[in-house]
Design a protein around this ligand. Structure first.
Ligand code: GDP
Ligand code: IMO
Ligand code: MG
Length: 430
């Protein structure tokens, strides 16, 4: 039996939450391995909507273990609030069901202040972050001044570490003309939640090692998408972590063979929230149609998502870089009723053809998409639960996407509802 990693293949919001929730019935453990509460994963189960940011999407199922790995940055207050919210919907959360890596780094209020101040000085070049403090928290981790979950066990040392961290950041905030933060306030707020956070803490690498040796199935839940990857995305308009499936291993404490099947989640068109290049963006009635039909508003910030045609070049690149074995194609139903559909099959840059998306920021902004036009379909695909229910043109579109990106469609999603999903190949079979 294979362990599966689910990763976004575009700019996030591909429908990872829905697919992870659906797949989690077949898994024993669901693990988040990067990102933080910048993620917004939506699950719709029998008409009830759950929006998860930090909690793995397996949390709604009774007998599954949900794990927040060391690669995640954890805002302890956001975590506890989310736990309360899902409890309000009848979901049980207790230390038997949820484990947080003791070596995961914390996002503190100073990181959110920095996120806001840094975006402000970027001015026109702002990234359009979620302002959750994700980037500054990862910066502190790499700079070796971060505070980890396990530090909550040792208040005196925690206080010293906090004083050093805050002194560093206050110097910067002063220089930026921003308000500074108060270390005592952060410390007492942290102490107020320390015991509760610690009650969920565990040695994740050991737990996952045992699970593996017992033959349990592990499902890794990525956040964001490959084009937001710190190395492979549209840098600097990216988030501050790797969402490459390789991160599933380092972000949870397992060997490189922890993942046997990489499932890329791919929207049948393209969206992006925040700033940065987007070659197939449709700032016109097509974009408005996709946005309205697809309810394309950010789960976390409520911002309108930018919308455009399917970019096969970009997804093919994500397939190759990410070692994606198969994809789950989502939101096919949003395309219902369009007479013609466009697919980007290449780019042109200064009169030359390109079969890949370049790394340079300048070139990424300059590439012009080369489109192929294909027929749409009039019939509804919404809620289809079998391949036979799909109109011929929709089947053609799916087959063509497979051909262009060089990976098979393993799952097909036809509505936000959990069960409106068509399985072509079980990823847990490898
Ligand atoms: P994630 O961040 O990748 O988990 O995706 P989000 O939850 O941020 O955004 C995806 C949105 O599309 C959510 O509102 C889902 O409920 C919805 N969704 C997922 N799959 C489908 C689908 O096949 N069809 C439609 N119409 N909506 C879907
Ligand atoms: P899910 O998991 C879409 C984007 C932000 C911004 C950039 C950097 O729901 O797919 P950050 O706050 O991470 O420093 O912001 O990344 N971004 C996302 N866009 N889906 C997400 O997550 C995202 N997480 C971050 O909008 O452009
Ligand atoms: Mg999302």
């Amino acid at each position: 039996m294979a362990n599966v990693a689910v990763i976004g293949s575009q700019w996030g919001d591909e429908g990872k939450g829905k697919i992870v929730d659906w797949l989690s019935s077949r898994a024993d453990v669901v693990v988040r391995f990067q990102g933080g509460h910048n993620a917004g994963h939506t699950l719709v189960i029998d008409g009830v909507t759950y929006k998860l940011s930090l909690l793995p999407s397996g949390i709604v199922r009774k007998s599954k273990l949900s794990v927040i790995g060391n690669g995640v940055v954890v805002d302890p207050w956001a975590l506890l609030e989310e736990i309360e919210t899902v409890r309000g919907k009848g979901v049980e959360v207790n230390p038997d069901k949820l484990m947080i890596a003791e070596n995961a780094h914390l996002i503190l209020p100073v990181h959110q202040v920095l996120d806001g101040a840094l975006e402000k000085i970027r001015g026109k070049g702002s990234i359009g972050t979620t302002k959750r403090g994700i980037g500054p928290a990862y910066e502190d981790k790499v700079a070796r001044r971060g505070i980890r979950v396990c530090d909550l066990r040792h208040p005196e040392i925690l206080k010293e570490k906090l004083e050093q961290m805050v002194a560093h950041h206050n110097a910067l905030l002063k220089g930026l003309g921003a308000d500074t933060v108060n270390v005592d306030e952060i410390y007492s707020r942290l102490m107020a939640v320390a015991d509760e956070v610690l009650s969920y803490t565990g040695v994740v690498w050991k737990t996952l090692d045992e699970a593996r040796r017992q033959g349990k199935k592990i499902l890794f839940e990525g956040a964001q998408g490959m084009m937001l990857d710190i190395d492979h995305g549209t840098y600097p308009f990216v988030t501050s972590s790797n969402m490459h499936a390789g991160q599933a291993a380092t972000g949870s404490g397992m060997g490189p063979d922890a993942v046997n099947y990489v499932l890329g989640i791919t929207k049948a068109y393209t969206t992006r929230v925040g700033e940065g290049p987007f070659p197939t963006e449709q700032d016109n009635e097509v974009g408005i149609f996709l946005g309205e039909r697809g309810h394309e508003f950010g789960t976390v910030t409520g911002r309108k998502r930018r919308c455009g045609w399917f970019d096969a070049v970009m997804v093919r690149q994500a397939v190759k870089i990410g070692g994606i074995h198969g994809i789950a194609l989502t939101k096919l139903d949003v395309l219902d009723g369009l007479e013609e559909l466009k697919i980007c099959v290449g780019y042109e840059l200064e009169g030359k053809s390109l079969d890949y998306f370049p790394s340079s920021q300048v070139e990424q902004e300059r590439v012009q998409p080369v489109y192929e036009t294909v027929s749409g379909w009039k019939e509804s695909t919404r809620g289809a639960r079998s391949w036979a229910e799909l109109p011929a043109e929709a089947v053609k579109y799916v087959r063509h996407v497979e051909e262009l990106i060089g990976a098979p469609v393993t799952l097909l999603s036809t509505s936000p509802e959990r069960d409106d999903t068509i399985l072509m190949h079980d990823p847990f079979l490898g």
